[in-house]
Each structure stands twice: as structure tokens, then as C-alpha cells.
Write a protein that binds this ligand. Structure first.
Ligand code: MG
Length: 170
């Protein structure tokens, strides 16, 4: 007996969904590295925020994993690239994170375009959640960057943000 209802999935879409697992896990890896940068410098609020963010990215990867599995597709795991770790400033970190999220957004939009092109409704509905999620991700990083740019990366701004970012629950 089949564990789940199997809906046929195209090879091309399957490849893209598997690639997205890798991209989400890379995001987790990138943010874990950023968490370490802050933790090493005693900025536990920033570190906490990035650890929660890393966990969220792992959850995104699992959502793609589950979608592939639920549809009877094959999971193909590839090596995860090492993230950079030589940041010069906190502003640079948030700039890189925002740049990365914009790339993820582009990737999600491309997969959605493909799903629409091949009329894969389940994939389309599944991907819509991520279209919304990416608006939120870009907004969060932009908001923090705006504070850093407006107030400058002074010790006061950093400590204020450290307190604020410590409050993140999920
Ligand atoms: Mg993500």
C-alpha cells in the first residue's frame, strides 16, 4: 500500500525542487556562520537572532523535502557550499544576508514560473507560501539595514540592536 497519494512530478521541476533544498540548507549554513561571528564577539542578541533564522531555513529545506516525498519524487542531496566568514562589519553581514535572500527570491520565482508553465497546480500552491515568505525575509533584513544606515554602526546602535534582536521568538 502506498504511504501517500502520488502525483506525478516532472523531472525538470524535481531537479529545481531538489536544488532548492540545497539553497535553503546553504542559507541555514550562512546564517549559522553569521551567528558564530556574533557569538564570538559577545553579541548574544544578534547570535540568537541568526540561530533562529538558521533553524527556520532548515525548516524551509524540510518543506521542499516533504513536498518531493509526498509526490513520490526522488530526493537528491548535493554538497553544501561553505559560506564566507571574513566579514568586515555588521552592516556588511546584513547587506550580504539581504543580497542572499534576493537570490533565493529569484530562485523561488523561477520555480513558480516553471510550475505554471507545466501546469503543476500542487507545486504552484506549495510555492506560493514561499513567495510570501520571501517578502517577509527581505523586509526583515532591510529594516535592520535601515537602522544601521540611519543611525550608523556605532556602539550605541549595535547594543540597541543586540537587545532588540534577542527578543526574537521564531
Ligand atoms: Mg528560506
Amino acid at each position: 500500500m502506498s504511504r501517500v497519494i502520488r502525483v506525478k512530478i516532472s523531472e525538470k521541476l524535481l531537479e529545481k525542487l531538489n536544488e532548492q533544498i540545497n539553497k535553503e540548507l546553504y542559507s541555514a549554513y550562512l546564517y549559522l556562520g553569521m551567528a558564530a561571528y556574533f557569538e564570538e564577539r559577545g553579541l548574544s542578541g544578534f547570535a540568537h537572532w541568526f540561530k533562529v533564522q538558521a533553524k527556520e531555513e532548515t525548516e524551509h529545506a524540510m518543506m521542499f523535502y516533504n513536498h518531493i516525498m509526498d509526490r513520490g519524487g526522488k530526493i537528491i542531496l548535493r554538497p553544501i557550499q561553505a559560506p564566507p566568514n571574513n566579514w568586515q562589519s555588521i552592516t556588511e553581514i546584513f547587506n550580504q544576508a539581504l543580497k542572499h535572500e534576493k537570490e533565493v527570491t529569484k530562485s523561488i520565482h523561477e520555480i513558480l514560473d516553471l510550475a505554471r508553465e507545466i501546469r503543476d497546480k500542487p507545486a504552484e500552491v506549495f510555492l506560493m507560501k514561499f513567495v510570501e515568505e520571501q517578502v517577509e525575509e527581505e523586509k526583515i533584513f532591510t529594516d535592520i539595514l535601515q537602522i544601521l544606515e540611519y543611525a550608523g554602526e556605532t556602539p550605541q546602535t549595535v547594543l540597541m540592536l543586540n537587545v532588540k534582536l534577542a527578543q526574537r521568538n521564531q
